[in-house]
Design a binder for this molecule. Structure first.
Ligand SMILES: [Zn+2]
Length: 438
């Protein structure tokens, strides 16, 4: 039995990667030679060294590390176990910036909330000495818009539970898969709110808790989350330029983030983004160097609070023309949204026309850019292009142990590079000024 090759495994053997693909090699090498790259960690420092070497090898100029320090989160042991009405272990991960339990954990009665709104409606003090459990029902969709409202359970649920007196809080992961994988991610504590231990359980474990809660018997939980928030950890951005023919024209900024969560190896979030923007910047040079410089930004510490994007905006007051980011996996680009000043409508139309042969449709919208570029965009009122990827699978994998290289389809990754290249060829060759967007 053991000696027989499994047909199921043979079926899912990945297609051989394209030979000599810049994008595939970046994400493959980054996830293999560095692996997870938690912000502020020694691994993130190795990732910066990898980035510098790779960008130089690929011919980028002015390659530099721009260091900064962050408030980071150093993971400890993550453990949760229901002790009543029936003993059951739960698959849990601490959220970034969780409060810290003793090694032995804490124990308390569980108060079940079906939604974040139910938690918001709980009376002050009603959770004293208790552990809050916050459920919700995120479902997959193409544009990933569920992450706004359901991600709020992670971002703001813990602070609300702490303000109501809870000693700990557990949420259903902000994720759409049915694997027994919890999804991590940072939580935001309001100023003045003392952090309490905060974790997320996998969807199957959240279902279990919900069934037991419906049964009406009291639930008790032990929770051990021993990680710590640590100030002053080293991080940094890595930048590199492909100089344009006219150095007097402000550059096009294309960004991704180099850090990742620590449960997987950061393939879709966001090794793929760095692979896509970098390969496309290079491909845009084919057939003639563009007028404008294209600058790549591999930002550090995005996951813990957008530190890299803020550091870049603070350091780089020189004018930029336009900014874009890839941070939504590696599945197919299917739509484009643009934000240009009315004076640049012709340029916006040209971008849309360049993407039309790829079947990418223009959608109305006011893209703000991602976390790594939004601070620069706001400060300089930059034009923005957003190439929207299919997000149907993204929140199955996001921030889980399943964020690994095998989840990237080389053909879809290549489609991303093609779409980005077509876009960059238009905007990097725009001769006139690209106006600030009011
Ligand atoms: Zn990301």
């Amino acid at each position: 039995m053991l000696a027989v090759a499994s047909p199921a495994l043979a079926d899912r053997a990945p297609a051989p990667p394209p030979v000599g693909s810049v994008a595939w090699d970046i994400v493959s090498d980054l996830t293999t030679q560095v692996g997870q790259r938690l912000a502020g960690s020694e691994a993130e420092a190795r990732a910066r060294a990898f980035a510098v070497e790779r960008l130089k090898t690929l011919g980028f100029r002015n390659v530099a590390v721009e260091p900064f320090t962050i408030r980071g989160y150093v993971r400890g042991t993550d453990r949760a176990r229901l002790t009543a009405p029936v003993p059951q272990a739960l698959a849990i991960t601490a959220l970034g910036y969780s409060g810290t339990t003793p090694d032995a954990g804490i124990e308390g009665d569980v108060v079940y909330f079906p939604t974040l709104d139910a938690l918001k409606a709980a009376p002050l003090g009603s959770l004293a000495g208790k552990i809050a459990f916050v459920d919700h029902a995120m479902r997959a969709n193409q544009d990933g818009s569920g992450y706004g409202p359901y991600g709020d359970v992670r971002r703001h649920g813990p602070t609300l539970a702490a303000q109501l007196g809870a000693i700990g809080v557990v949420i259903r992961s902000a994720g759409t898969d049915w694997h027994r994988n919890p999804h991590t991610g940072a939580t935001d504590w309001d100023a003045g709110t003392k952090p309490i231990p905060a974790g997320a359980v996998s969807n199957p474990d959240a279902d279990l808790v919900a069934r037991l809660a419906r049964g009406g018997k009291p639930l008790r939980l032990t929770l051990a989350l021993t990680g710590k928030t640590v100030d002053g950890l080293p991080s940094g951005n890595v930048i590199g330029d492909l100089p344009g023919r006219d150095p007097s024209l402000p550059p096009i900024l294309v960004a991704c983030h180099l850090d990742s969560w620590d449960l997987g190896t950061g393939a879709i979030d966001d090794g793929a983004g760095c692979a896509i923007v970098t390969a496309a910047a290079l491909r845009a040079q084919e057939g003639g160097v563009p007028l404008r410089t294209i600058r790549v930004l591999w930002a550090g510490s995005e996951e813990l609070g957008g530190f890299g994007g803020q550091a870049y905006a603070a350091k780089h007051a020189e004018p930029h023309a336009l900014a874009m980011e890839s941070d939504f996996g590696a599945d197919r680009v299917w739509r484009v949204e643009t934000r240009f000043a009315p004076a640049d409508k012709a340029l916006a139309d040209k971008v849309v026309a360049a993407l039309d042969p790829l079947g990418i449709v223009a959608q109305p919208g006011e893209p703000e850019g991602g976390t790594d570029v939004v601070f620069t965009i706001m400060k300089q009122k930059l034009a923005v292009i957003s190439l929207g990827q299919d997000g149907t699978r993204y929140f199955d994998l996001h921030h889980t142990p399943d964020d690994t290289l095998d989840k990237i389809d080389p053909e879809l990754l290549a489609q991303n590079v093609t779409a980005w290249t077509a876009t960059l060829k238009v905007v990097a060759n725009a001769a006139g000024p690209i106006s600030p967007v009011p």
